[in-house]
Write a protein that binds this ligand. Structure first.
Ligand SMILES: Nc1ncnc2c1ncn2[C@@H]1O[C@H](COP(=O)(O)OP(=O)(O)OP(=O)(O)O)[C@@H](O)[C@H]1O
Length: 708
């Protein structure tokens, strides 16, 4: 970051020196024509803009820096051409003097809009990538050596993309002058000039146009792919980190369907940011350039059928046209922002409901729940249709306006300029140039107007990603001190709780423990009424429950594994399901087979490579035994079994407990269970005792005598 900042500083000094040089040309190089004063003044302004951009967002800095370089290149090339240092064909292709000044104006515009809230929302999401110091991503070959860090590659690619877009604008400008010269040659029956224009001007320009078009798509796609890869990794790592995904529903920031935000919103945001930022600016540059041409063409414009001269009439006309057009478009298109946001949400809700049907298909089939499901799907889909109808009618209104606007634009320049042509005040070339300049202005305006729908979706996207990031920040804060609940690991052997109160998200307290201890070694059974907070106590010990106050301390440097009643089985091979939460290659095949046999699942021992939806194929009891196999592999110091054998028959449950205590003699077992047959497998018992007002307290109590 510091290097980037100082680079802007160096660029500012160089730009100021260059502007000084331009001023001094009449003195040091008296023979050559000096550039207009405004070009050197623009150089000083650019230096000022570069200095003022020190604290700008990393993303916007790239734009300011590129405009600074654009100024140097354009003004420098003009100076070299004036000195005769460039070949005539190259000099003829250069854009007019004002192009360099235009570059400065755009630098100023970027600086000015940087404080505007919608732009800040965008840069908050964009900046982390462009400021990143991560090593270049190895996943993508494109532009891998284009910088030392991923952030630098991103910055270089944005800069390159802006240059390419501006090269395209310069080309369009040059085409405009080509049209003037070619039509003048036609009007004067000058065949030599005509063929010269076609062969030496048009052909190189056309070839450049094709090459630039190809390069443009290569650079843009490379940037989008690299940025998406980085941002997607970054978001899902953060989402999965520190149990953030578990706590997000507890925070007050709205972040529905995180899957959609990570998969589709990121993709759309990046595609729209790169397209809009570079194209919007190049279109703006095109607009300004052609407005300047129109000014030159209509400097002494005589109002048709009168003698009144209005300097720059076509420019005033086109500006009024643009202002009214944009304002009306804004009025008509504004509701699209809310509609687009809602559309994303209802689509995601529908997709999620379908995915849930797939996951729970067996339960739905057994319960004959298809009708209930289809009526739920119908309601969700109705929301999609309902909202989309709103979008359609809004788009129709917008199109009614934009199409009328476009039609009116085509004949406008001819109506205005034709009287001057018939009065022989302007040449055919000038008429053609006026019409071309006007249509280019229209194209740029159309871009702004047509991009209104894109902008609306873009804003909805930015809001969704912004709120997702805020929700993650809040969920991460919950993981820390939470509501006063602290997790530490400063005890020697036991799990201890001091002045512990566990609450529900709405603040209602459910568990209270002044001083509570789970001793190391042996096995402890936790019992108590349903809903008394036994699982919540486990969650607090595991450090994922954010609501409550007091302390829970677990022994330092010891591993723990919590097995819930319904184990989670990831997609993929059986090997991966057993090794979970370790990676698939963490254990040898023999160790996995051995664990499956010990967990009374010998029939699965030779199916390690089989890919299946294991959570649907295996019975509830088999799934629980598979989770037990995980415990055998992981050999944790603490094993928390939250009704993890409840689906087994009593005999198998007894075998499993005996096996666990034999195979894992160093592991402390803590079980939650309701069955009295569990008593004989445990050494001590903790009972959740009601203390009034819906609260329960865990208390060590005597193990009941075995039934006769
Ligand atoms: N995410 C949550 N949001 C709101 N309430 C919750 C949440 N998780 C648990 N609860 C509530 O906390 C209370 C305790 O739940 P917990 O699962 O700890 O009970 P339990 O003693 O393990 O019950 P059981 O023996 O039935 O499994 C219940 O009333 C439950 O509804």
């Amino acid at each position: 970051m510091a290097a980037f900042k100082s680079r802007l500083g160096i660029q500012a000094v160089l730009t100021a020196l260059f502007a000084l040089l331009l001023l001094a040309i009449p003195v040091i190089l008296p023979g050559i024509p000096s550039p207009p004063l405004y070009v050197s003044l623009a150089g000083f302004a650019m230096a000022g803009i570069l200095v003022a951009s020190h604290n700008l967002s990393a993303y916007l800095k790239i734009f300011v820096s590129v405009y600074g370089i654009g100024y140097l290149v354009l003004a420098g090339a003009k100076m070299l051409a004036a000195m005769g240092a460039l070949p005539a064909t190259v000099a003829a292709l250069l854009p007019p003097d004002f192009a360099a000044t235009g570059s400065v104006v755009f630098g100023g515009i970027v600086l000015a809009i940087s404080h505007w809230k919608p732009i800040r929302d965008i840069t908050l999401i964009a900046d982390p990538y462009f400021a990143s110091h991560d090593a270049p991503s190895r996943e993508i070959g494109m532009f891998r050596r284009f910088g030392r860090t991923e952030g630098q590659i991103g910055r270089n690619l944005v800069a390159l993309s802006i240059f390419v877009n501006f090269a395209d604008v310069a080309l369009t400008l040059r085409f405009n002058f080509f049209y003037r010269d070619m039509y003048n040659a036609l009007q004067e029956f000058d065949a030599a000039a005509f063929w010269y224009q076609l062969g030496y001007i048009f052909v190189p320009l056309a070839i450049l146009n094709v090459v630039i078009g190809m390069f443009d798509i290569y650079v843009d796609s490379g940037l989008q792919l690299r940025w998406r890869t980085w941002l997607t990794h970054n978001l899902y790592e953060r989402w999965l980190g520190q149990g953030t995904h578990y706590r997000i529903p507890f925070v007050d920031e709205h972040a529905d369907n995180p899957d959609q935000r990570i998969q589709s919103d990121v993709n759309n945001f990046i595609a729209q940011t790169t397209t809009l930022s570079t194209r919007l600016l190049s279109q703006a540059a095109q607009l300004v350039s052609f407005i300047v041409i129109l000014w030159t063409l209509s400097r002494d414009f005589v109002l048709p059928f009168t003698d009144t001269v209005i300097p720059g009439f076509l420019v005033w006309l086109v500006i009024a046209y643009a202002v009214v057009g944009t304002w009306l478009t804004h009025l008509i298109g504004k509701p699209l922002i809310g509609l687009d946001y809602r559309q994303e949400q209802v689509e995601a809700d529908f997709r999620f409901a379908l995915a849930r049907n797939r996951i729970y298909s067996e339960q739905i089939a057994l319960l004959r729940g298809e009708r209930a499901e289809s009526s739920r799907l119908a309601t969700l889909f109705h929301a999609i249709v309902d909202n989309y109808v709103g979008i359609i009618f809004r788009r129709i209104k917008l199109i009614a306006f934009t199409f009328s606007y476009r039609q009116a634009s085509t004949i406008f320049p001819l109506v205005i300029a034709a009287p001057s042509f018939f009065a022989k005040k302007i040449t055919l070339g000038a008429l053609q140039q006026t019409s071309n300049a006007f249509s280019n202005v229209q194209n740029s305006l159309n871009f702004f107007i047509n991009s209104y729908t894109i902008l609306a979706a873009y804003k909805a996207n930015t809001i969704r990603l912004g709120s997702f990031k805020r929700a993650m920040t809040k969920a991460e804060a919950l993981a820390g001190a939470g509501y006063g609940l602290a997790n530490g690991n400063d005890t020697a052997g036991a799990v201890t709780a001091r002045d512990l109160t566990l609450a529900l998200p709405d603040g209602r307290e459910i568990v209270q423990a002044g001083a509570f201890e789970l001793p190391k070694s042996g096995a402890t059974l936790v019992t108590g009424p349903s809903g008394s907070g036994k699982s919540t106590l486990f969650r607090a010990i595991a450090g994922i429950w954010p609501f409550g106050k007091g302390r829970v301390d677990v022994p330092a440097g010891q591993s723990a594994l919590v097995l819930p009643q319904r184990p989670y089985l990831p997609l993929g091979t059986l090997r991966g399901a057993v090794a979970y939460p370790h990676t698939v290659d963490h254990f040898s095949d023999e160790a996995i087979r051995e664990a499956l046999r010990a967990a009374r699942l010998p029939q699965l021992a030779d199916q390690l490579d089989m890919v299946d939806t294991w959570d649907r194929r295996l019975s509830g009891g088999e799934q629980q035994r598979l989770a037990i196999a995980r415990a055998i592999l992981a050999k944790p110091d603490w094993l928390f079994l939250d009704e993890s054998t409840a689906a087994l028959d009593e005999e198998t449950e007894a075998e499993i407990y005996r096996m666990l205590r034999e195979t894992l003699p160093g592991t402390t077992i803590v079980s939650i269970g309701h069955r009295s047959t569990l008593n004989k497998h445990h050494d001590r018992r903790v009972e959740m005792k009601p203390t009034g007002e819906g609260r329960f307290e865990p208390r060590m109590s005597a193990m009941p005598a075995p039934a006769e």
